[in-house]
Design a protein around this ligand. Structure first.
Ligand SMILES: *Cc1c(COP(=O)(O)O)cnc(C)c1O
Length: 401
């Protein structure tokens, strides 16, 4: 990590290619009893090199914007047949792009959206395969900002009303699935099983109504353990998840499962490397000020998220310091850790903020006019710059006086 930081500078996102590949392999094996497609949720980390790695492993993709769709097409045009398009606010232009690309499935979230999709498909002389994203009213414990499966959330169509919506005819539409996504960073696998059961009930009803439903899309949301003192076995977790979902899939003939994991594939494959700029004492508090900030990794500020922080080089010392690890941005919310016990850190030390591979770089911004960090992909003993550090010129290029 010290070598990476010297070579590419800091702040720097570093990812392990083999870790990502192993997580995909784990999913593929755990779900091998049923026909399935792993549609990686691009929003977790949309770096082209990572998308390419996943496409080469045969993954499909879950996209939520025209921009994400273009990213996938840029790395593998043939992957379009494994793309599902989710999101509550698709525009006509985004639908057209997806229709022309012949994606696998539109996850439709409202009646008005279904109407627009029908119009766009008619105009382009295409048939759009769609699934309604239903809201199963299942509670799953997670941060309120990333819980999505209850009636009061903006996502999906009330599962009790869904059958009526499917009944609306349209010769440019083909009802081919039912989708759910109950939220993110969900650590218990029970809510997934509950959602799957509700969806299967609806699928049985829809088939009786004469719809050729082929796909059940269970969404993403499987959580990872961010705390080092609560280690969890990734394989065990995925098999538990599979055990919760598979029986529902098998209860209906010829049903194909779509999975949309994001975080679980990439979170623990990535670290954000940062250099200590200053160590500042103020009253009883100690602040470790790093060159990375909330614009580079916003999860602590946005979701009160926890990330382990480790010193890359350990000094021989049993002493500990308790400090807040903060960035240079002018916001009190700009912190990575509060009152954290750390090895004694000094100016110039390198720290690694762990488990930052998901919703790190993809949520980075230019706040405080800070250029976004570089990204490297590590593969065995080699590393490759997969996104150069943004420059001030890049930032100013779109503006006019
Ligand atoms: C965000 C999202 C995902 C991925 O969620 P993770 O928690 O990263 O697995 C999958 N599907 C949809 C529709 C999403 O919005």
């Amino acid at each position: 990590m010290e070598r990476l930081a010297r070579k590419y500078g800091t702040p720097l996102y570093a990812y392990s290619a083999s870790h990502i590949a192993q997580r995909v392999e784990l999913f593929q094996q755990a779900f091998s009893p049923v026909p399935h497609i792993l549609c990686y949720a691009v929003k977790a980390n949309s770096n082209l090199a990572i998308l390419q790695l996943l496409a080469r492993q045969g993954c499909g993709f879950d996209v939520v914007s025209g921009g994400e769709l273009e990213r996938v097409l840029a790395v593998d045009h043939a992957a379009a047949e494994r793309i599902v398009f989710s999101g509550v606010g698709k525009t006509a232009a985004e639908m057209d792009l997806a229709l022309r690309s012949n994606i696998l499935l539109f996850n439709v979230e409202s009646e008005e959206e279904l109407e627009l999709l029908s119009q766009r498909a008619g105009k382009l002389r295409k048939r759009a395969r769609f699934a309604l994203r239903v809201n199963p009213d299942v509670f799953a414990e997670t941060h309120p900002y990333i819980s999505t499966g209850m009636r009061e959330h903006k996502f999906g169509i009330d599962i009790r009303r869904a059958a009526a919506v499917y009944r609306r005819p349209g010769k440019h539409l083909e009802a081919s699935g039912v989708s759910v996504h109950i939220g993110s960073q969900i650590r218990s696998t029970d809510p997934f099983g509950a959602a799957a059961e509700r969806v299967v009930k609806l699928i049985v009803k829809l088939r009786k109504d004469g719809h050729a439903i082929q796909y059940m899309d269970i969404g993403g949301g499987l959580g990872v353990e961010y705390h080092m003192d609560q280690p969890s076995n990734a394989a065990e977790k995925v098999y538990q998840y599979a055990a919760a979902v598979i029986p529902a899939v098998q209860s209906v003939d010829g049903l194909k499962l779509l999975l949309e994991p994001g975080r679980f594939i990439v979170a623990q494959a990535g670290a954000l490397l940062a250099r200590v700029l200053y160590v500042k004492k103020s009253g009883d508090k100690t602040f470790v000020i790093t060159d990375a900030a909330m614009n580079d990794l916003i999860r602590p500020a946005l979701y009160q998220a926890y990330h382990e922080i480790v010193a890359v080089k350990h000094r021989r010392s049993s002493r500990k310091m308790v400090a807040d690890v903060v960035g240079p941005v002018c916001e009190t919310g700009d912190f990575f850790a509060r009152d954290r016990e750390l090895p004694p850190l000094q100016q110039g030390d390198l720290v690694a903020i762990l488990d930052a591979g998901a919703y790190g770089m993809s949520l980075a911004s230019n706040y405080n006019s800070r250029p976004r960090p570089a990204e490297v992909l590590v593969n065995g003993r080699t590393s490759r710059l997969t996104r150069r550090r943004e420059t001030i010129e890049d930032m100013l290029a779109t503006e006019r006086r």
